[in-house]
Design a protein around this ligand. Structure first.
Ligand code: COA
Length: 506
């Protein structure tokens, strides 16, 4: 935890709870907070700052009066809650989920604003600081409530988190909001004024009208936010929810089912049975092109009563033409009957070689990518193994904007495996060195290979990918069912549109 006990004690002296305690108080009693992107900021190596714990911001989903709500909360223990590039990315990701799924947002604002040494990387561009407020304005116009609980500094551009909210709550002698703080005011105009008198809770709730609710402490302020959201209509699901039945297989079985060696093949059917209601997995085209077609398994199952279409890599996961065609068919069928789709990714790529090329692996892979891109149903991705090359596209990787993307410690996401990349780059290097009349020795080749494999192993690792928000959460195996259930539920809060696919090739 950022700053350890000392930081918590420092906050307590100011009359503040730490950020996760505030969130626990805000959500419905006895419910879980689904915290996103906890690895954000790990090992980022920014100027003078190596790690930004959790990206300096806590985001996630919790229920308020039964309604799923996105919570975005600065952690003032991390460089005064200032925004690094990764902080912004995490803030934007939370807002993107909220907008897409139709969730109200609560911002717990306590931030020194832009991390000033990196202003060029956080201030001027799209998806930089200004986009936070652009998103707030548009979401509020869509009817999604944007509520701010200010519990610390909100200076300069950061002040807009208070003023752009549909309703904002400020706390006496804790919250401040101003376009220029007291030092800047003194420098600019000569006026000497305290923060409280310049832009404290009393100023904004009684004089300027920039904030709406005055509270004396954090507990009162949290209660006020809950009160504001009390009149929100209950959310509705847009799929039928069947009765929930627990799996007949224990979640612990997954630890046995998924081998520690990432490139070892898996029995994905057994994995699906371990997460499905009543361990029931209905399979589409089970007998089709055995040994090639079943490197992807397609079908349906329920998670906590919610139906999910399944596209899951199986065995070694290399995608043959037959598997790609079957996957495309099933994505279209699920879109047709408006069933959300879960992609279980454990594939190192599409099959290469002349046989495959001549059979049309390019065009059938493209069909799969097109159907993944155009499917209008909510899509989720769970990475439980290799995740390389075009298989990342066909299995709904980040660029295909799944509603939620989860991975596990078995996930390895990179353009190709370290071994393959080493061979490709080694062949280029060998040619270059031969051209220079200095062919590589066997030792040099081995050292070259090894350094590439080490680099790829590092960059494909869930810690590296999680730090950069390539996943919404790295899940422990026994957490998968709860998180998928939450993700499907949140993803079907908006009505599901009608299917439309572009120009498939067949
Ligand atoms: N950019 C970079 N670093 C910042 C920062 C900023 N905007 N604001 C604070 N920090 C750093 C401090 O240098 C300090 O670093 P250290 O722990 O390595 O010494 C750390 O964050 C904590 O700051 P501190 O001032 O001790 O915290 P605080 O709780 O007493 O006060 C603020 C918090 C936000 C009121 C105060 O830091 C502040 O006024 N910051 C400047 C705000 C501003 O003008 N922002 C404009 C940018 S849009």
């Amino acid at each position: 935890m950022a700053g350890g006990e000392a930081a918590i004690n420092r906050l307590a002296k100011q009359g503040k709870h730490h950020v996760r305690q505030l969130i626990a108080n805000l959500i419905d009693e006895g419910t879980e907070f689904f915290e996103l992107c906890r690895l954000a900021g790990f090992g980022m190596d920014y100027p003078e700052v190596e790690d930004v714990p959790c990206g300096g911001i806590v985001t996630g989903l919790g229920r308020i009066h039964g309604n799923w709500t996105m919570i975005v909360a600065n952690d003032s223990r991390v460089k005064a809650g200032t925004y690094f590039p990764i902080t912004l990315k995490k803030h934007m990701r939370a807002q993107a989920i909220a907008e897409r799924c139709g969730l109200n947002c609560v911002y717990i604002a306590d931030s020194g604003g832009a991390y000033l040494p990196m202003q060029a990387d956080v201030f001027p561009d799209d998806q930089h600081f200004g986009s936070m407020f652009y998103n707030m304005a548009r979401m509020s116009a869509m009817g999604l409530k944007q509520i701010t609980l200010s519990t610390g500094g909100n200076t300069a551009g950061g002040a807009y988190i208070v003023f752009m909210a549909c309703q904002s709550v400020m706390i006496e002698k804790l919250s401040y909001s101003f376009l220029g703080g007291p030092p800047l005011v003194k420098a600019a105009t000569g006026e000497v004024i305290s923060a409280e008198d310049l832009g404290g809770a009393r100023v904004h709730t009684q004089i300027s009208g920039g904030a709406d609710h005055f509270c004396r402490n954090q507990d009162e302020a949290v209660a006020k936010v809950r009160e504001i959201l009390m009149y929100e209509p209950p959310q509705k699901l847009h799929v039928h929810r069947y009765a929930e039945v627990p799996p007949r297989v224990s979640a612990q079985a997954i630890y046995e089912l998924l081998p520690a060696k990432v490139h070892q093949g898996i029995n994905t059917r057994a994995f699906l049975e371990a997460i499905a209601d009543d361990s029931q997995f209905f399979e589409y085209k089970r007998n089709y092109a055995m040994g090639r077609g079943d490197n992807i398994v397609a079908g349906k199952l329920c998670i906590k009563g919610l139906p999910l279409g399944i596209i899951a890599a199986n065995g070694l996961g290399i995608i043959f033409v037959e598997a790609a065609r079957k996957a495309t068919e099933w994505i279209i069928r699920c879109s047709q009957d408006k069933t959300p789709i879960l992609f279980v990714q454990s594939s190192p790529g599409y099959m290469v070689g002349s046989e495959s090329e001549h059979m049309g692996i390019g065009k059938y892979g493209a069909d799969m990518v097109r159907s993944v891109s155009c499917a209008q149903v909510p899509r989720l991705q769970l990475v439980i193994g290799p995740d390389n090359g075009a298989a990342n596209y066909g299995m709904c990787g980040r660029a295909y904007r799944p509603h939620f993307l989860f991975s596990t410690m078995r996930a390895r996401t990179s353009v190709m495996s370290g071994r393959s990349a080493a061979e490709v780059l080694l062949s280029i290097e060998e040619r270059k060195r031969e051209g220079q009349g200095e062919p590589m020795s066997a030792e040099e080749k081995q050292a070259f290979r090894q350094s590439l494999m080490d680099k790829y192993d590092g960059e494909a690792h869930p810690f590296f990918c999680g730090a950069r928000l390539l996943t919404d959460r790295v899940l422990k195996f026994h957490e998968i069912r709860d998180w998928l259930a939450m993700a499907v539920e949140v993803s079907v809060l908006r009505p599901i549109g009608d299917p439309a696919f572009g120009n498939l090739r067949f």
